[in-house]
Design a binder for this molecule. Sequence first.
Ligand code: 5AD
Ligand code: SF4
Length: 441
Amino acid sequence: MEKIKAYNILTYGCQMNEHDSEKISWILDNMGYGSGNNNEECDLIIYNTCAIRKTAEEKIYGQLGALKALKRDRPDLIIGVCGCMMQKEEIVDTITSKFKHVDIIFGTNNIHKLPQLINNYKKTGETIIDIIEENREIDESLGAVRKYNFKAFVNITYGCNNFCTYCVVPHTRGRERSRKPEYIIKEIEELANHGYKEITLLGQNVNSYGKTFNNNYRFTNLLKDVNNIIRIERIRFMTSHPKDISKELINSYNELDKLCSHLHLPVQSGSNRILKKMNRKYTREDYLDIIRQVKEISPHITLTTDIIVGFPGETEEDFDETIKLVKEVEFDSAYTFLYSLREGTPAARFKNHIDYRTKHDRFQRLLDVLNPIGLEKNQNLLNKNVAVLVEDISSTNSNILNGRTLGGKLVHFKGDKDKIGNIVDVNITHAKTFTLEGTLT
Ligand code: 5AD
Ligand code: SF4
């Protein structure tokens, strides 16, 4: 009997990519491959790439370079590269000229064609390149092999129409499309029937869900319908855009018992001048007003954000506005980024790009403000009992479990691995800047 061939998928970037990799796993399982542990043991290696910042791209080039020797030693090895980077022509050119050991290159819109691409490669031995600019039709035929059996990502929108001036996503993921509610609900009902408890609704901008429909069904309607699915206990969503946050959505935190008490709302900058140059379509006042309303409805909600430091033309005064906003909102945590020039985006052509040292200096000063606030927020949970969904065992200590609060905060506590997938009560005993520690009650 022929040995089952093994695959290894290496995923970079956001949850969208993570979930795409779960779909690729499903395709490969259906082709008779089995999942392997590392590149050395596998017959098929796929890199699912991210293009959001230059550093992400450089990492991939480094990884691909390192595969050259492996392919030389094992010519039967198949190497595939997919994801956002592949939607950029110049990157595909670089890969085909400098990384000739890559066998299959495919984009974000044609994952479903992978079996055909693998077979074509096997037949011809030639590098196969298959990139589709845009796919208006949503392919509903793909399943997913999910990493966890109690929490799942579910796509609700694909692509983005916002064209923030720094961002490649509208160029790599195409125009915004919403999945029909009946497909989403059916998928979540099936997950619930298989014991899944937590659903994260995924999209580049989930708040604008349904805007392309010719009826009034919108994101909050979807949230209500998901909330009605029995056995689902927690609903999250990712990511929101401040310009599309509605009063109904804010009220949902009050009305929907399963909606987790967490809002991730990328602000990017606290300066109106910079927000305008970023094409974000809201002001700092708009943002602060949303936060005020959210806190009114849900005073203990976890608030997180994304912030870019050193956008072209950012002055000390602009940066100061960001610092002031951070202090006013009191975020629990934030993803902070150094602005990274992305060729082909409008901001790449803006004047007054900020030098690396200034960017770094501001980045550090921003963390110096964010971190103590995050710590204080976590300290507010000391001696309290919180509901935690147990996710896995600590990678460094097999007696320690990792789980997440309703606010999405990571908690470490002693416990047995049979608790994984359950929601348990944990008493918080230690608070750190990024994590909590506690004991099972
Ligand atoms: N440079 C730095 N950060 C970026 N992001 C998107 N594009 C860039 C860029 N060119 C950040 C934004 C976004 C997050 C996913 O990545 O903050 O919300
Ligand atoms: Fe990029 Fe802006 Fe779309 Fe987010 S909303 S994916 S930052 S263009």
